[in-house]
Write a protein that binds this ligand. Structure first.
Ligand code: FES
Length: 111
């Protein structure tokens, strides 16, 4: 199992979760109530699944593809460790992953 930590944009709240290898980060985040809309369901047609990966974890992820980099240009509050959660598939090698929600991100329910 991979240990996940979801940190709110202001750092005030942390939700921990576990997930199996092969699961997609977007699905796990949504299952844990995180405000990632994921409008296109991973079809690379939105950037509403934008997350910020902890710096210490970022280098352990496979690099973003060109299409993902292009979509991140459209997201708000992008940092150098930003990724699209729909493009991150968990592997046992990751061990753990800390994810921060970008500031100002809200889904249709305003969460
Ligand atoms: S859900 Fe649309 S690009 Fe990730």
């Amino acid at each position: 199992m991979i240990k996940l930590r979801f940190v709110s944009a202001d750092g005030a709240s942390v939700r921990e979760a576990e997930a199996a290898a092969g699961e997609r980060l977007l699905d796990i985040a949504q299952d844990n109530g995180k405000p990632l809309e994921g409008t296109c369901e991973g079809q690379m047609a939105c950037s509403t699944c934008h997350v910020i990966v902890a710096a210490e974890d970022f280098a352990r992820l496979p690099p973003a593809g060109e299409e993902e980099e292009d979509l991140l240009d459209l997201a708000a509050h992008v940092t150098r460790t930003s990724r699209l959660a729909c493009q991150i598939w968990l592997t046992d090698e990751l061990g753990s992953l800390t994810i921060r929600m970008p500031g100002g991100a809200h889904n249709m329910q305003g969460r």
